[in-house]
Each structure stands twice: as C-alpha cells, then as structure tokens.
Design a protein. Structure first.
Length: 79
C-alpha cells in the first residue's frame, strides 16, 4: 500500500510540471494563431495584456508602472 502511495506522489510530481509546460506552450500557440488571424477579441480578452504605442522612436522600451518625475531645469547652463 505504501508503494502505491509513493507511485501516486511520483505521478503527481511528474504530471504537474508536464501539464504546466504543455499549458504554456498551448497558450503561446493559440496566441500566435489569433494574432495571425487578426482576432479582434484579443483587445478585450482578460488573459491577454495589450500595450499600445502610437508613435515612438525605434528602440523605445515600454516600462510598466514607471513614475514620471518633473525635474527642474537649470537655467544657469550655457547652451
């Protein structure tokens, strides 16, 4: 009976990471398919995070929760 319990624990320890890997791969695959089909529902899907940049220079990085701080300009600088 104890061996059966150990086999069950071994199965769970292997099945859980396997399922997590499969689930991650499957979500990525489905997202790529939806992007290729220009699925409009992606904009309102709760499982998808949308960052929209209208106009930004090449190489711009989007940083979440960044705080904008106004720094006083130094008027004594010689331009």
């Amino acid at each position: 009976m104890f061996e059966l319990f150990l086999w069950f624990i071994a199965f769970v320890c292997l099945a859980l990471p396997s399922w997590l890997l499969y689930n991650s791969w499957n979500k990525s695959r489905l997202l790529n398919e939806r992007l290729a089909q220009c699925d409009d529902n992606l904009l309102t899907d709760s499982g998808v995070k949308v960052s929209q940049i209208i106009s930004a220079p090449m190489g711009t990085t989007v940083t979440e929760n960044a705080k904008l701080v106004m720094a006083p300009s130094n008027s004594n600088e010689i331009g």
